[in-house]
Design a protein around this ligand. Structure first.
Ligand code: G3P
Ligand code: MG
Length: 232
């Protein structure tokens, strides 16, 4: 079972910051999940479109420019990172799951990834795009089938993992509240990997292992890894 650090090692460091990513890399995770927003022609690594929860700022991220956003404290003196900074840090070390929150300009996104592939050890195989916005995933699939996509859902679909197969996804990413034996079997029958978020409690980790899911997103990847090592 793969371990993805959710928003970096966000249980022990400020989420979606270079510090949380470094901490996750120290834990030798299989992958790191981050969230991105496009603002002022740049791709910022941040989960919310409102600034108050994770930064020293207030208001909506889209009302500000690059310089102002970079002046904010994203926790423990960290700045809001840009996608290229994060790619540079992760390149060659593990999978990067880029969850697209608000991104309109796919050309900008692809050029950021392609630059990193040219200038770092990043491989296109190490990139997994995911989103709750399935139209965006579909557009990525149409334009760049060399990148894997993960179909996110926060619900338990009537026809199980069929929506992910229709998107030609590599994986389906399901909320831990909705996972079931039937869903896992259906996804596997369709050739999809099953990744579950957010799995922090040891009892939940045991249950995911028992269900045979392929990976979990955890805010505490070090704890999750050592627990899984004991299960094996
Ligand atoms: O990608 C898994 C998970 O991060 C999806 O929900 O709201 O934490 O981005 P959220
Ligand atoms: Mg996310």
């Amino acid at each position: 079972m793969l371990i993805f650090a959710h928003r970096g090692a966000s249980g022990v460091a400020p989420e979606n910051t270079l510090r949380s990513i470094r901490t996750a890399l120290e834990a030798e995770v299989d992958g790191i999940e981050i969230d991105i927003h496009e603002v002022d022609g740049k791709l910022f690594v941040i989960h919310d479109r409102w600034l108050h929860r994770t930064t020293s700022g207030q208001g909506q991220i889209f009302n500000y420019d690059y310089q102002y956003l970079r002046s904010l404290d994203a926790g423990d003196g960290e700045v809001i990172p840009t996608l290229d900074e994060v790619l540079k840090l992760i390149a060659g070390k593990c999978t990067i799951n880029i969850e697209l929150k608000a991104v309109r300009n796919l050309t900008l996104l692809f050029s950021c990834i392609d630059d990193a592939i040219k200038t770092t050890e990043l491989l296109s195989n190490d990139v997994l795009f995911s989103s709750f916005n399935h139209r965006l995933l579909h557009a990525i699939q149409q334009q760049r089938s060399d990148f894997a996509i993960g179909a996110l859902t926060a619900c338990y679909p009537l026809d199980y993992a069929k929506f992910a197969e229709q998107l030609n996804a590599y994986s389906v990413h399901l909320d831990v509240d909705f996972i079931s034996e039937h869903f896992v079997a259906d996804a596997h029958k369709r050739g999809l990997k099953v990744f579950v978020y957010t799995v922090d409690e040891l009892e939940d980790i045991n249950a995911m292992k028992h269900l045979g899911v392929d990976g979990i997103f955890s805010n505490y990847p070090t704890k999750a890894k050592s627990h899984i090592a004991h299960l094996n």
